[in-house]
Design a protein around this ligand. Structure first.
Ligand code: AMP
Length: 394
């Protein structure tokens, strides 16, 4: 019998998890610990039908304690289902990992060397793995990387035009959101194989946002580069900025790297442009403020610009796919993005868009426009299941 798998996504103060049975696309249960380390840290657990399940009353002061509380709660709720493998979301897999990897001490040490590339995420992802190794001794731990899907980029999309030695020292365009792109790619392969063989631009538009050019199932370009800051504006992240701006801020405004990092990651994007109205697209759409509307204008313009860039990387486009919280739900943003895309062969059907249909292009549109809900958790669960299948076959 195939075993259950657990997926984990450890952030700085949160631990999201989902328990999957041996087969099937939907988790049996999912939940999270949020505000880890703060007094009001809280563990929530929900069944597949969305019903809240009781949780263990254990301390949640760090990832290790939170992991024990998750484990104890799952054992009480599902006494006959012990996870046989654990899949972890890990933001950075460096230049070489194009696939998930099984974690041991040596691999953990290697992944730690990528922490300087993603200091806000990688250390927390690895803390989650360490906590899981302790809480589930002997259970295989599989790391799934946000960077892995992009390892197929040709050199021109893997590098910056800096002195060559920086490339060798790891200053490269890694790309992120790879688990989401892998999911969408797989969905296209299963449901629209002709499109999957063609030139697809996927717009993952959520609180984090990026776009990816996928040709014949392989990533050839992405708007995110060395860090998850590049490309599109996001909820609180800037997206692409002229590097000269940062030099100016250091030299003339005496901002150090901590102040610049805080500005670029937490105070920019939709939040910064809207003058503090919100980082949340729903709130901006409902707002009367001129700045909120300008933030939306900028977001739409940059998505349109990058759409052209991604299509150019493939010599054309056969489909545009929207996903992520904004891409899957905002009729307004999809309609606005597609307002000026006839030149590239994309024509939206407004009635289909209003219905949130899966295909929202018109019948005469040369290329297809689609909305596909993404599922990064399922990609991780599949990787953990694949490991178990390999073990069984060995
Ligand atoms: P994610 O990070 O993928 O969960 O996406 C979060 C973003 O999706 C936030 O900016 C939300 O405001 C946005 N979002 C979710 N639902 C809607 C909606 N119905 N209309 C507009 N934006 C939405």
């Amino acid at each position: 019998m195939s075993g259950a798998v657990l997926t984990l996504n450890a952030g700085s103060s949160s631990l999201k998890f989902a328990l999957y049975a041996g087969t099937g696309d939907l988790p049996m249960a999912e939940g999270m610990v949020d505000r880890i380390g703060a007094d009001e840290a809280r563990l929530t657990l929900k069944s597949a039908s969305g019903e809240s399940l009781p949780v263990a009353d254990l301390p949640l002061n760090d990832h290790a304690q939170s992991m024990n509380a998750v484990l104890s709660s799952l054992r009480t709720a599902f006494p006959n289902t012990e996870p046989r493998a654990i899949g972890h979301r890990v933001v950075h897999g460096g230049a070489n990992h194009a696939q998930p990897v099984m974690i041991d001490e040596a691999k953990l040490a290697e992944l730690e060397t990528y922490s300087p590339f993603a200091p806000l995420h990688q250390p927390h992802n690895l803390a989650g793995i360490r906590a899981a190794m302790k809480a589930f001794p002997g259970v295989p731990q599989i790391a799934c990387f946000d960077t892995a899907f992009h390892r197929t980029h040709p050199w021109v999309n893997d590098t910056f035009a800096l002195p060559r030695e920086y490339y060798d020292r790891g200053v490269r365009r890694y790309g992120f959101h790879g688990l989401s792109y892998e999911y969408i790619s797989g969905e296209l392969r299963n449901t629209a194989p002709l499109i999957a063989d063609g030139r697809v631009v996927v717009a993952h538009l959520g609180n984090g946002a990026s776009m990816c050019a996928i040709q014949n199932g392989r990533s050839v370009a992405s708007t995110m580069g060395f860090s998850a800051l590049d490309g599109l504006p996001m909820g609180t992240r800037s997206g692409q900025v002229d590097p000269g701006v940062l030099l100016y801020l250091m030299d003339q405004e005496n901002m150090d790297s901590t102040a610049i990092s805080d500005m670029l990651y937490r105070r920019s994007g939709l939040l910064g442009l809207s003058g503090g109205v919100s980082n949340d697209m729903r709130t901006l759409e409902a707002s009367d403020s001129k700045e909120a509307h300008q933030a939306i204008e900028y977001f739409v313009f940059r998505v349109q610009r990058e759409l052209g860039a991604m299509a150019a990387a493939m010599g054309g486009i056969d489909a545009l796919v929207f996903c992520g919280g904004i891409g899957e739900n905002s009729r307004l943003i999809r309609a606005r993005v597609c307002e000026r895309t006839e030149w590239i062969g994309l024509e939206i059907d407004h009635a289909r868009n209003a219905e949130n249909a899966r295909i929202i292009s018109s019948d005469v549109s040369r290329a297809r426009i689609m909305v596909i809900p993404t599922d990064e958790g399922l990609v991780i669960a599949r990787a953990a299941r694949a490991h178990l299948a390999q073990e069984r076959a060995a």
